[in-house]
Design a binder for this molecule. Structure first.
Ligand SMILES: NC(=O)c1ccc[n+]([C@@H]2O[C@H](COP(=O)([O-])OP(=O)(O)OC[C@H]3O[C@@H](n4cnc5c(N)ncnc54)[C@H](O)[C@@H]3O)[C@@H](O)[C@H]2O)c1
Length: 115
């Protein structure tokens, strides 16, 4: 079975893959207690390898990156209005987070075929 690293919530089209999810369970999206509050988290937590971590942390990427075949990267800070006054935070998550992934894909040994 191919291995797939997904940051976002896997849908039916992902059937047939062994799925790993990296997500920081942002309270803004999943509530303060995701085990109770987040329908999204509850719907997938028993079906995937879930790693709580941030795309802004190189070590969190390294925990999940090796031995995957495909990365689907949708991790994002998504408050459009908020992005106007939390510019540094939004830039870190949405730009630096992706840059760290690309840096690791360029410089670390891995099996990723597609992202
Ligand atoms: N929903 C749509 O219809 C749609 C359409 C087109 C593009 N997009 C884009 O897809 C991306 C995701 O959108 P969404 O609707 O799934 O947003 P969402 O807010 O529902 O999900 C974002 C996810 O990212 C996680 N996250 C936030 N910061 C993180 C971090 N530092 N590290 C790891 N995980 C983190 C959150 O916990 C959440 O699970 C965005 O870039 C959005 O613009 C969404």
């Amino acid at each position: 079975m191919p291995d797939l690293l997904v940051r976002t919530w896997p849908g039916k089209w992902l059937k047939g893959y062994a799925i790993t999810v990296l997500d920081n369970l942002s309270p803004q999206i999943h509530g303060e207690n995701p085990d109770e509050d987040s329908g999204l988290f509850k719907s997938i937590k028993d079906q995937v390898t879930f790693v709580k971590g941030s795309v802004t942390e190189k070590n969190d990427w390294l925990k999940v990156l090796t031995d995957q075949d495909v990365i689907v990267h949708y991790a994002a800070a998504t408050g459009t209005g908020q992005s106007m006054y939390e510019v540094e935070n939004y830039t870190n998550v949405n730009i630096l987070g992706t840059a760290i992934m690309l840096d690791l894909l360029t410089n670390v040994k891995h099996n990723i075929k597609k992202w």
